[in-house]
Design a protein around this ligand. Structure first.
Ligand SMILES: [Zn+2]
Length: 396
């Protein structure tokens, strides 16, 4: 990660009330991440809703939306009930909003009980998988429009994957790896934007990673489509030139080219990219130990997202602190209708220089491409519903 330092924390603008500075401590509204995997029910060896919530609190988040690639998949009220019980048990730590699945078992064949789930879920998604059939997606969009629910789409054309696991670019060619082409992402986005325009469905694109995706969404916004999108810190701060032969660099979509990363930064600044989500996706150490070719897809992000972005974007002079906090705290709440409880806040020492050490994570996942990075920003305290849910202690 290249960090240019052209701005010191003291120069940060603080108008507008989004960012307050009290006794040298920066106070922000609690961050909100619309894309996390908390792995319960079904995969509690990777993460639990409690460990994920603690990880969120340590990262400054007071609300997250949990993706439905679980067991059972929340595709009916009955299947959702198990997840709801676990969420209730962790509710004192952070607000966890479940997604409902779009299709039964996220298999893409048969629609889930959207009507039965609508009042219990934040939005619908088959994240982890793309809805392959156009006619299925059209009918899901028609139903979600009637329900007033957002579809958050993981866009991936499975016919174009060909066993790839990193970007189909320079690094893959040089090191003999199988690549994933960008079209596997932007192809389905182009299709869905057309369907969203036709159906009037509120549509959100998950984790965009390439230039073409940003261009398609920018145009669709001009055309009046009800679309929003997110990207993740690693797509903004890293690219294929940062790849190492280590499973902590394997995620889906993959780190793309430098040109893609620069296009995403431009899209973030011009408002095409509405918000930053982490796609926090913990796996066991063993699942991440098999290098680029064999590890599971996914990295954790909640505990290093803000320091990495603050260092790589704000201190580097690319974007203002207000804008970054807006993309992490307010924009997601606005789009998904997530409340900001009175008193939810997170407090940071932005002059603390910190080395990202996964062994300190409260998440059960340890794999992050930011491991070892020297960044600025320490979360001193996070308050949710008036209660401190994270406090930094020097002896920790
Ligand atoms: Zn996804």
């Amino acid at each position: 990660m290249t960090v240019r330092q052209s701005m010191t924390p003291g120069e940060v603008k603080t108008q507008g009330g989004l960012v307050r500075k009290e006794n040298g401590v920066f106070v922000f509204p609690g961050f909100c991440d619309v894309h996390v995997h908390f792995r319960e029910p079904g995969f509690s060896y990777k993460e639990t809703i409690v460990s994920g919530s603690r990880s969120a609190a340590r990262g400054g988040y007071t609300a997250v939306c949990a993706m439905p690639n679980l067991n059972p998949v929340p595709d009916s009220r009955e299947h959702l009930a198990e997840e709801e019980a676990l969420i209730r048990a962790a509710r004192d730590i952070t607000a966890v909003y479940p997604y409902g699945a779009l299709t039964v078992g996220e298999k893409g064949q048969e629609a889930a009980d959207l009507e039965g789930l609508a009042d219990r879920v934040i939005a619908f998604s088959d994240d982890g998988k793309g809805v392959q059939s156009e006619s299925m997606m059209r009918s899901l969009m028609e139903r979600c429009r009637k329900l007033g629910k957002i579809i958050a789409a993981h866009c991936e054309d499975e016919t174009l994957l060909r066993g790839g696991y990193i970007h189909d670019g320079r690094y893959a060619a040089a090191h003999g790896h199988r690549g994933i082409c960008s079209e596997s992402e932007w192809g389905p986005i182009a299709r869905d934007l057309r369907l969203a325009k036709e159906t009037g469905c509120a549509y959100h694109v998950c984790h965009i990673s390439c230039r073409e995706s940003a261009e398609l969404i920018r145009q669709a916004k001009k055309d009046g489509v009800d679309v929003s999108c997110e990207t993740a810190p690693h797509y903004l701060l890293l690219d294929e030139d940062d790849l190492q032969e280590d499973g902590r660099f394997r995620m889906n979509p993959p780190l793309r080219s430098k040109e893609d990363r620069e296009a995403l930064l431009e899209a973030l600044l011009d408002g095409t990219i509405d918000m930053i989500a982490t796609d926090h996706a913990p796996h066991s150490a063993e699942e991440k130990s098999r290098g680029l070719p064999g590890s599971a897809f996914g990295v954790v992000g909640l505990e290093c997202a803000f320091p990495a972005l603050y260092t790589g974007l704000v201190r580097a002079g690319i974007m203002s602190l207000e804008d970054l906090v807006g993309k992490m705290a307010l924009a997601p709440r606005r789009r998904f209708g997530i409340p900001l409880p009175e008193g939810d806040r997170t407090e940071w020492d932005l002059e603390a220089k910190v080395r990202i050490d996964p062994e300190e994570f409260l998440s059960m996942g340890r794999a992050t491409p930011f491991a070892g990075a020297e960044v600025y920003g320490r979360c001193l305290k996070t308050v949710h519903n008036g209660k401190a849910v994270w406090e930094y202690r020097t002896e920790e």
